[in-house]
Design a protein around this ligand. Structure first.
Ligand code: C5P
Length: 322
């Protein structure tokens, strides 16, 4: 009791992964589906590793968290354009004092964190993660839900009809090519995000529903790569990190749960499914391993919080000056 076990090592590298996962990461690294071009100015590779506060400042200054608005091209010229909100999410929601970001990790199972999560002013959840049946471990409150375009498009998730998505405000995202403008992305999304958005809006016109500006994904990706000593997967960051940055721009303090695994760490992928794969926690498509290294560096809470609660404490962008 109270004895500190191992927590996330902020210098994790692909060399520390098992053979199978290492191979998967290498394959994604080689692929470059989105045409990523990045000239790292990397201070890491030139010897200087940024401190947590320095990293926080980089994120605050170089990642502009915003969502699509109806006045942006090409949407302003499209018949359905007025379905998009007139103002970005950050003007409509918050500011909140304290926020919880609930990763969907299997290690939330039997965590008993529900009451603590619900005590926050706002709670962010991801994709198809339910509260029903898991209230003791993940709570009941949903202020925001960040969903990827794959979930929106897949038949299994019944995105248009399931009540899972009716709580709180929705934010959707889809990977854009690295250098694409909004028109190029609009004509070449990974999944039919805009088609599903329009359908959902017609069925649920009262619910707030935003689309993340795809620039956010790559601005964040640049920060991850720039601060790593090795080449990372050239794919967008996971929903988990995107949602964390989103909440850091809405809240004074953000508690992130089971993104860095607690003593409950498990190969169970999601707390709500019986599917086991270490890639869910360590990354395959997403540069998740490196996202976790950065989060570990920025954490302002004690390691014991990670070990016992899977809890990381991050300051909101409005609370510090650079
Ligand atoms: O799988 P999904 O993307 O819906 O999960 C939401 C987020 O939770 C992921 O993007 C990832 O950041 C985080 N996660 C994790 N470990 C897991 C499962 C999810 O860190 N085992």
């Amino acid at each position: 009791h109270g004895k500190l076990g191992e927590v996330w090592n902020e210098d994790m590298s692909s060399a520390m992964l098992g053979k199978r996962l290492r191979k998967v990461v290498q394959n994604y690294q080689a692929m470059n589906k989105y045409g990523v071009q990045f000239q790292g100015t990397s201070r890491t590779r030139s010897g200087h590793k940024l401190s947590g506060p320095e990293l926080l400042c980089q994120l605050k200054e170089r990642v502009v968290v915003t969502t699509l608005t109806s006045d942006l091209k090409p949407f302003s010229g499209l018949p359905w354009g007025p379905q998009l909100p007139p103002r970005p999410l950050t003007s409509d929601l918050g500011p909140f004092k304290s926020c919880a970001v609930v990763s969907s990790a299997g290690s939330l199972r039997n965590s008993g964190l529900g009451r603590e999560i619900d005590s926050h002013d706002a709670v962010l959840r991801f994709n198809a993660a339910p509260t029903g049946g898991f209230e003791k471990d993940v709570g009941t409150k949903t202020t925001l839900r960040l969903i990827n375009s794959q979930v929106m498009a897949s038949d299994d998730h019944r995105f248009l009809s399931s009540s899972l998505y009716s709580a709180g405000s929705l934010v959707a995202w889809d990977p854009a090519p690295y250098s694409a403008d909004l028109t190029e992305w609009y004509n070449r999304t990974d999944y039919p995000i805009f088609q599903q958005y329009q359908r959902y809006r017609r069925l649920h016109p009262q619910q707030r529903f935003y689309i993340l500006h795809p620039r956010v994904e790559w601005q964040l990706w640049d920060r991850i790569q720039d601060n790593m000593a090795e080449a990372i997967q050239r794919n967008p960051p996971s929903s988990g990190l995107l949602g964390t940055i989103l909440m850091m721009s809405l809240c004074e303090v953000v508690h992130l749960y089971e993104f860095l695994p607690s003593h409950r760490k498990t190969e169970l992928c999601h707390y709500y499914q019986r599917f086991y794969d270490a890639a869910c926690t360590l990354g395959a498509y997403h540069p998740l391993l490196y996202e976790k290294n950065l989060v570990k560096r920025m954490n302002q809470g004690p390691d014991l919080d990670i070990y016992t609660h899977g809890r990381v404490t991050l300051p909101g962008f409005s609370t510090f000056n650079c």
